[in-house]
Design a protein around this ligand. Structure first.
Ligand code: ADP
Ligand code: MG
Length: 254
């Protein structure tokens, strides 16, 4: 299903968190939303599942204005991984994963919980654990499993891998990209890490001061497209790769 932002704005007092955002995301796309802290990424993501109500403009999901859809039905079709995960500490892994369907009156059976754990490569025995007995990466995997519990069409992730070590982060990123392909999802991932965006997404939207200032494929960005703000972000991993290549050359046997 197509997702469409039509001239979306959101003000907080005098702060324009979003202004004039218009964009269409096609079914099946994996889109990364990149930009500096405070550029409006989370605010834009939250207009989709109505955690934020726009001050102006509309968001359409599957041809229909999200403001006109029944909230539980809308959220059932949208998986959401919070910035900072947000597992309930007093609930087991299984209870955390099953909370969405339970709240919407369609509880899932234990086999489905095990299947969701398998999707994120966690052992079935994890289901009785509590969040404080999990590593950061395991918690994040539970967050993804929970977002998938309702079999959503659209997966929204807000800096899902922010707090993870680089190896765990890379593995989980690849797993999420795999899930996107296997489950035929439409995915929007907020990240401040351009390298992650370039490596995982089909399309990268760059935000600056509440607006989308670039909309490019990773390939095009690497070839120099997208303008100044986008290229500043691309320069970081590119320069790092160059420096690493030079180091490797220096240490190569003659
Ligand atoms: P990002 O996710 O890119 O870091 P946000 O979407 O969280 O940015 O925030 C965009 C701007 O809106 C920032 O200036 C932020 O301070 C402001 N903002 C976001 N949410 C609120 C809120 N609930 N109340 C007041 N200001 C907010
Ligand atoms: Mg944010």
């Amino acid at each position: 299903m197509t997702l469409e932002f039509r001239d979306v704005a959101r003000n907080y007092g005098s702060v324009k968190a979003l202004s004039g955002v218009s964009r269409t995301i096609e079914a099946g796309e994996f889109v990364a939303l990149v930009g500096a802290s405070g550029s409006g990424k989370s605010t834009l993501l939250k207009t989709i599942n109505r955690l934020v109500i726009p001050s102006g403009g509309t968001v359409h999901f599957g041809e229909m204005d999200v403001a006109k859809q029944q909230l539980t039905e809308l959220r059932r079709r949208i998986g959401y991984v919070f910035q900072g995960i947000g597992l309930f500490p007093h609930m087991s892994v299984a209870e955390n994963i099953a909370i969405g369907p339970r709240l919407s009156g369609e509880p899932i059976p234990p086999e489905r919980v095990v299947q969701l754990l398998e999707l994120v490569e966690l052992e079935p025995s994890m289901r009785t654990r509590f969040p404080d007995a999990l590593s950061g990466g395991q918690r994040q995997r539970v967050g993804v499993a929970r977002a998938l519990a309702n079999s959503p069409q659209l997966l929204l992730m807000d800096e899902p891998f922010g707090a993870l070590d680089p190896i765990t982060r890379d593995a989980l990123g690849l797993r999420v990209r795999g899930l996107h392909d296997e489950l035929a999802l439409t995915t929007i991932m907020v990240t401040h890490d351009m390298a992650e965006a370039l490596l995982l997404a089909d399309r990268v939207l760059v935000m600056d001061a509440g607006q989308i200032v670039a909309d490019e494929t990773p390939q095009a960005l690497l070839e120099g497209a997208g303008g100044e703000v986008a290229q500043e972000l691309v320069a970081v991993p590119r320069d790092q790769a160059k420096r690493l290549a030079e180091l490797a050359k220096l240490s190569a046997p003659l």
